[in-house]
Unconditional design. Structure first.
Length: 141
């Protein structure tokens, strides 16, 4: 039953990325939380730093909607494969295009005492940059 509980915590916490609801951080983040994604300029450490990041976040993606595509849990770790659909409003260091994008990735959550202690993720930048027209589309040959 602990695995199902951990998966539910990870799924709820993951909604921060589309909802920007800072109360989820208060509810589910460990005070010492660490968050790392390659796109982030630095590792986020602690609740205050995480909230500061998300205070700026809505202006990046605006109407984002995240969907969990797959989940795996073992011990105190949960892995979510997700897709994030949003209108490009200037994120990724590129002026706003207004294009609808689908960004995919995988996040690994370390759950300790019913709180997310660590989130490590990897995203598909190639796909996002391709959808923005910055990289060539794969050949259909």
């Amino acid at each position: 039953m602990e695995l199902e509980k951990n998966k539910a915590i990870a799924r709820r916490y993951n909604q921060i990325w589309s909802k920007g609801d800072l109360s989820i951080i208060d509810e589910l983040a460990s005070p010492e939380i660490t968050v790392y994604f390659p796109a982030m300029p630095k590792v986020i450490k602690g609740i205050a730093a995480l909230k500061e990041y998300f205070r700026r976040y809505p202006s990046l993606f605006g109407d984002g909607d995240i969907k969990v595509e797959e989940e795996i849990a073992e011990g105190d770790k949960v892995v979510l494969r997700w897709s994030f659909s949003f209108t490009h409003l200037g994120a990724l260091g590129i002026p706003a295009t207004g294009k609808r994008l689908k960004w995919t990735g995988i996040s690994i959550y370390h759950i300790v005492g019913d709180k997310v202690a660590d989130e490590r993720g990897e995203e598909d930048y190639y796909g996002a940059f391709r959808d923005l027209g910055l990289l060539p589309k794969p050949s259909t040959q």
